[in-house]
Design a protein around this ligand. Structure first.
Ligand code: PLP
Length: 623
């Protein structure tokens, strides 16, 4: 467990059982669990091919309950006179089944949705039917967006148009005048409180979104001039995603609370304070303010928000608002696990060491001697000697003084030295920097059946750390350390950052492959942003996705969403399957005329081509 820190990031959903398999407890500590390895085997038997994403709707329900539970506890604890009504930012994961589940599980909490674009607004309007739940309309808006949002109030939808750009206020006023529907609007403030980490620029003067204080004052004046100031009911801010440090949240909420009370005093009919997203996920399980972690829990988060707003409102004698949060990452990350298999490995040459003979070149005899001398006391010195001798051997070869077979022997002996040093290093507490390169050079490459660009784009784009580990053989000591290389023909298509006991590490502990046996790995906590931001590099398509619900007897496969076929991805780039097949047919006819192919071969090629169009873009591993 310690090796992959699953007890940190996995709690309370993922752990390891006595069989050495990863176990999923979708309802957290409230009972019911599934052996993930067996689940994968069961899905494969149903002809669902790897790689696939498994979505656990019970985890989603649990996340929602936890978030609402934390706010309700904080409200009780601080005797807060208002309430909490969260929304889910659709951008985090727009998949229909997930949004439907969210709306369904959110009903008892009047949980709403947040839209950040016109298509997301269309999703939210159609799916969100929970009475009184909020539909927060963020992002850039045009007339069409604003009119649709405002008109939807006639359907009883609680749409709130959040002004993020100054021009939007005039669009809202115009829409109101033309439609005769009274809008409810909010303002997004650019706080001066500093964000942190990767999304730090989401706030502050240079932020892409939001209004400065002078702009907010202008909005108030503008709304007042057309008798619409009572429509201004919400203040919104967002300090960036994955806030690792609670102090950032405290600073932001302090400033926002003051803006809120001032807005209320200026005549706006203030009712809602929307604290945006930012609630972090502990990807590495360290519970620190490291960027892939967070130094607070959900309850601390809710407590700080509730306490701060209460104090500010009490002092200013302003009615406490309904608190709204737009947590995406914290709700959607845990529910999905990406499962993929290993296709093969590449290891450095570790054949039996060949002793140097007296007839061998001096450089080879030196390497052999170095090899024999290696022990705990002198391994660092021997390592440097081995490097030097190997480099000399290459120079000798380049000047024509060493034969190909002698150079091969020199290189083999060099790797043998490294191989002998590696186990000594692994026992050492502290690895000197120069020997760290040896560890890297000796690392295996595990070729995995996925595309990093499609399934974990943030790992490539912004070095996001995700927990990755084997799903089985966890009661067996891993004997290899390696990196993971994906299927794309792109050297960036790899994972080279993994969670370690101490910090981030560049190699993952892995087991050696057993012939004929699959080796499954899981990437966890990737349920937010990854699925939709994935791209089609090398035309690897969407993976299969399976929705699993826990039942008293085990599990139920609620839905299988088929991933892209080759025909699908080709159509995305404008190829017509009939034209493609016809092109091959014509080429086979010409080859038949030329006599370079037989009829049966041409039929075989044509059929295989046609069938491929209906097949998965990933590799099928025969085991
Ligand atoms: N609200 C807004 C306006 C956002 O831009 C974002 C994402 O950055 C979110 C909510 C969701 O943030 P998170 O996923 O950190 O909860």
């Amino acid at each position: 467990e310690a090796l992959y820190r699953i007890d940190g990031w996995g709690d309370p959903y993922f752990s390891i059982n006595a069989a050495g398999h990863v176990v999923v407890s979708p309802k957290g500590d409230r009972g019911g669990s599934l052996d993930l390895y067996e689940l994968v085997e069961g899905l494969k038997q149903r002809n669902i091919h790897l790689p696939f994403v498994i979505r656990f709707s019970d985890i989603l329900a649990d996340r929602l309950e936890r978030l609402n539970g934390c706010f309700s506890q904080a409200i009780t604890r601080y005797n807060y006179p208002g309430s909490y009504q969260g929304v889910f930012p659709v951008k985090c994961n727009q998949h229909r089944q997930l949004v439907e589940d969210l709306v369904h599980f959110g009903q008892p909490f009047q949980f709403g949705l947040e839209a950040g674009s016109k298509p997301e607004l269309l999703i939210a309007l159609a799916l969100l039917k929970t009475p009184n739940s909020l539909l927060i309309c963020n992002g850039y808006k045009d007339r069409e967006y604003i009119e649709t949002a405002i008109l939807a109030r006639r359907l009883g939808k609680q749409t709130i148009v959040v002004l993020e750009q100054l021009e939007e206020v005039d669009l809202v006023i115009k829409a109101h005048q033309q439609l005769g529907v009274t809008p409810v609007v909010g303002v997004r403030a650019k706080l001066s409180a500093k964000g942190e980490g990767r999304w730090a620029t989401s706030t502050g003067d240079g932020a892409k979104f939001g209004l400065t204080i002078p702009e907010i004052v202008h909005v108030i004046e503008r709304l007042e001039s057309v008798n619409l100031l009572s429509s201004l009911q919400l203040l919104h801010f967002h300090v960036g995603s994955q806030i690792s440090s609670i102090s950032v949240i405290k600073d932001a909420i302090r400033e926002a609370s003051q803006i809120y009370v001032q807005l209320a005093k200026s005549g706006a009919d203030m009712r809602y304070l929307d604290v945006g997203g930012g609630l972090g996920v502990d990807y590495d399980g360290s519970k620190t303010n490291f960027y892939a972690s967070k130094n607070y829990n959900m309850q601390n988060y809710a407590n700080d928000i509730v306490a701060e707003v209460k104090e500010a409102c009490e002092q200013a004698k302003v009615k406490s608002p309904v608190l709204v949060s737009e947590s995406g990452r914290a709700i959607a990350s845990h529910q999905s696990v990406l499962i993929f298999d290993v296709l093969g490995t590449s290891e450095v040459m570790t054949q039996d060491t060949v002793a140097a003979q007296s007839s061998d070149h001096l450089i080879i005899r030196n390497l052999w001697e170095t090899y024999q001398l290696i022990q705990l006391e002198n391994y660092q010195e021997c390592y440097h000697d081995a490097i030097q001798f190997k480099e000399e051997a290459i120079s000798l070869f380049n000047f024509g003084y060493l034969s190909l077979s002698q150079r091969a022997k020199a290189e083999q002996l060099y790797w043998a030295c490294c191989q002998k040093i590696l186990p000594i290093l692994q026992k050492e507490e502290y690895v000197p920097d120069d020997l760290e390169t040896l560890r890297m050079n000796m690392a295996s490459i595990y070729y995995v059946n996925l595309s990093v660009f499609q399934s974990a784009p943030d790992s490539w784009a912004i070095d996001q750390l995700f927990p990755i580990m084997p799903l089985h053989r966890l009661n067996e000591q891993p004997t290899r350390q390696g990196t993971l290389a994906d299927l794309t023909c792109d050297s960036d298509g790899k994972f080279t950052q993994f969670i370690d006991l101490r910090d981030v590490k560049s190699l993952l502990d892995l087991h050696s492959l057993k012939p004929g046996e699959p080796y499954y790995l899981g990437l966890f906590l990737g349920g937010a942003y990854q699925e939709i931001m994935g791209n089609f590099h090398n035309l690897f398509g969407d993976t299969n996705a399976v929705h699993i619900a826990l039942t008293p007897k085990g599990y139920h496969v609620k839905q299988v969403v088929k991933g892209d076929t080759m025909g699908d991805v080709l159509s995305y780039v404008e190829y017509d399957r009939e034209d493609l097949v016809e092109s091959i047919r014509q080429q086979t006819e010409s080859a038949l005329e030329d006599g370079t192919i037989s009829i049966s071969e041409s039929q075989r090629l044509l059929n295989s081509y046609k069938e491929s169009l209906d097949r998965y873009t990933y590799l099928s591993v025969e085991s």
